[in-house]
Design a protein around this ligand. Structure first.
Ligand SMILES: *[C@@H]1O[C@H](CO)[C@@H](O)[C@H](O)[C@H]1NC(C)=O
Ligand SMILES: *[C@@H]1O[C@H](CO)[C@@H](O)[C@H](O)[C@H]1NC(C)=O
Ligand SMILES: *[C@@H]1O[C@H](CO)[C@@H](O)[C@H](O)[C@H]1NC(C)=O
Ligand SMILES: *[C@@H]1O[C@H](CO)[C@@H](O)[C@H](O)[C@H]1NC(C)=O
Ligand SMILES: *[C@@H]1O[C@H](CO)[C@@H](O)[C@H](O)[C@H]1NC(C)=O
Ligand SMILES: *[C@@H]1O[C@H](CO)[C@@H](O)[C@H](O)[C@H]1NC(C)=O
Ligand SMILES: *[C@@H]1O[C@H](CO)[C@@H](O)[C@H](O)[C@H]1NC(C)=O
Ligand SMILES: *[C@@H]1O[C@H](CO)[C@@H](O)[C@H](O)[C@H]1NC(C)=O
Ligand SMILES: *[C@@H]1O[C@H](CO)[C@@H](O)[C@H](O)[C@H]1NC(C)=O
Length: 484
């Protein structure tokens, strides 16, 4: 995609290599021949990974990360004639692009130049010095430089900084459509920085397409894939082990993953078990989250996994209080104690209007809960959570609040902990054959076929006792709290 920038090949480490070769030779002429040979070799194989103030990268020049994995320079995607500044795989023959700087402001010719300013800002200008893109930073830099790391991260730091990890700008903070190993996928809660993926418009156009994929912080945080503003797919909340809606996210021999959530940050991150594996996660122009690995033998990307599994991953396909079961026909059914809101629509496979309660809730008389297992938790955008409570406290809290529609553990590790409460219609629930979760949905106690008129929940300050009643009608265990 361009010639490597080699003007810094005269740096000390490379010269010491030449001396070593030179001193092992007997004949002066051989030394001279080897010397010039080594020089030309260096010019080809040793590339610079850093640019400093007053240096630049013009169209046709590139810099390469130290181990030769990634290259930065100008490129034209697909059939496009436009020029973009980007980072791509160097070892991989297809030169797949992983990051684009000026995705919204392409160059129409090859006049682009990337510069590092004295203030420590990366600036991309065109032939008339018009600024097409720049990095930004709130910190002031001394002797700044930009380096392309082996991870594919383009970083800016001060030359006087002894902490080599102290970046004041990095491309990993501004992802495009690709999540590389080591990138944080999520938010900095202090600065508000939101690292989400956004699809390319098409293979020929890296500008922002219709789809975004990132963490939503309303209610209990969850990972949402949107088409414009509308949710397309909900990976769901993190349950301590994985995202509730991605059962296939399990420990494996290829990559490890971690989810960090504290008062400063909330993000997902993955890293490779064997660093010689090449893997990327990409949000495609048509809105699929896909993980690929590079296969040298075939010289092509192999699809490792697609996050969206099947039709049941279409957001809210069964409407409110509906459950999607991919192996059933029809795939949508109402939750227990619910019936289709519009039976005729339902019969014609239009499930979008969802289901309604067969028996209205009667909070005063006392409601019960039906347990659902092996499912993806409902949409948590209108939920509340407390990570220190246990399931009993959680049940009691939900029961005492008449607008609470369901509860669950927020973390499934070690038998479960934390409390998650829903305060809205339950939506986007699906069945999983493995790695599903449990939650408890509020039901009218009378739905159990048992007369609960002895319940006297009018005064919640009275001592509460719990009844566990098995309903033959629903084939479910009810937890009913009554008072003495
Ligand atoms: C880029 O840098 C080179 C020297 O490193 C200089 O000759 C050239 O004028 C610079 N180009 C631009 C457009 O700044
Ligand atoms: C350079 O960029 C500026 C500002 O983006 C724009 O107005 C100008 O037309 C561009 N010049 C060329 C030659 O593309
Ligand atoms: C950097 O630019 C982005 C977008 O222009 C802006 O939202 C952000 O606040 C800026 N950051 C700093 C540190 O100035
Ligand atoms: C580097 O230089 C900047 C600007 O002069 C200064 O604010 C900063 O403290 C310096 N850092 C170190 C580690 O000396
Ligand atoms: C997955 O790996 C992590 C880290 O090695 C470990 O803590 C966890 O228990 C493993 N989970 C499962 C389900 O094996
Ligand atoms: C990593 O993968 C490479 C290539 O497949 C292999 O040669 C190497 O032995 C692996 N390293 C480890 C530690 O498994
Ligand atoms: C993106 O949205 C536009 C406008 O809604 C639509 O015309 C286009 O087909 C969409 N593209 C994809 C790939 O969904
Ligand atoms: C029930 O919970 C909602 C949402 O958290 C809250 O606004 C409301 O005050 C609660 N009601 C009672 C009676 O605690
Ligand atoms: C439940 O029992 C009470 C008193 O025992 C009675 O008045 C009421 O009608 C019963 N309700 C139903 C639905 O059977």
């Amino acid at each position: 995609m361009g010639k490597e920038k080699y003007k810094e090949t005269w740096k000390a480490p490379k010269i010491s290599g030449i001396f070593y070769l030179g001193t092992t030779m007997d004949s002066l002429t051989t030394v001279a021949v080897i010397f010039s040979y080594v020089l030309s070799l260096l010019r080809i194989s040793v590339a610079v990974d850093t640019i400093i103030v007053n240096q630049n990268i013009t169209d046709g020049e590139t810099i390469t990360s130290a181990g030769g994995s990634f290259e930065l320079g100008f490129f034209s995607p697909g059939n496009s004639k436009n020029r973009y500044l980007g980072i791509w795989y160097k070892k991989v023959a297809t030169g797949t692009v992983v990051w684009v700087a000026n995705r919204e402001s392409p160059l129409t010719d090859s006049s682009g130049v990337l510069k590092v300013t004295e203030q420590g800002i990366l600036v991309l200008v065109n032939g008339t010095n018009g600024i097409l893109w720049n990095s930004n930073s709130s910190r002031f830099a001394e002797d700044p430089n930009a380096q392309l790391l082996e991870s594919g991260n383009l970083v800016m730091r001060s030359g006087n900084d002894s902490d080599s990890e102290n970046f004041f700008w990095q491309s990993f903070d501004y992802p495009c459509d690709t999540l590389l190993p080591g990138m944080k996928f999520g938010r900095n809660r202090v600065t508000g920085l939101d690292r989400y993926l956004s699809s390319w418009k098409s293979d020929d156009d890296p500008s922002k397409g219709n789809f975004t994929y990132g963490i939503d912080l309303s209610g209990f945080p969850q990972l949402l894939l949107r088409n414009g503003l509308a949710v397309e797919f909900r990976a769901g909340p993190w349950n301590g082990v994985r995202y509730s809606g991605i059962p296939q996210l399990t420990n494996n021999s290829v990559y490890t993953f971690n989810f960090v959530s504290n008062e400063k940050e909330i993000y997902f991150i993955y890293s490779l078990v064997n660093s010689s594996v090449i893997m990327r996660l990409v949000l495609t122009p048509d809105g699929y989250s896909r993980r690929f690995t590079w296969t040298d033998q075939k010289n092509e990307w192999t699809l490792y996994s697609t996050t969206q599994k099947d039709d049941c991953d279409n957001y809210a396909i069964c409407g409110v209080y509906g459950i999607c079961k991919i192996d059933e026909s029809p795939k949508c059914e109402c939750m227990k104690g619910f019936r289709p809101k519009f039976q005729s629509n339902w019969d014609m496979a239009d499930w979008s209007k969802g289901c309604v309660r067969s028996t209205p809730l009667d909070c005063q008389k006392g409601d019960g809960f039906v347990k659902y297992s092996g499912v993806k938790l409902p949409d948590t955008r209108n939920s509340w959570f407390d990570e220190s409570m246990n399931l009993k406290e959680c049940a009691s809290l939900c029961l005492r609040n008449c607008s609470c529609t369901a509860y669950a553990n927020s973390d499934i590790r070690g038998g479960g902990s934390g409390c998650l409460l829903w305060f809205d219609d339950l939506i986007d629930i699906r069945d999983f054959t493995q790695n599903g979760q449990e939650f408890y949905a509020r039901m009218a106690a009378s739905e159990s076929g048992i007369n609960f008129s002895f319940c006297c929940l009018r005064n919640i300050n009275l001592i509460q006792i719990s009844w566990y009643i098995y309903s033959k009608v629903l084939n479910q265990l009810f937890t009913v709290h009554t008072c003495l």
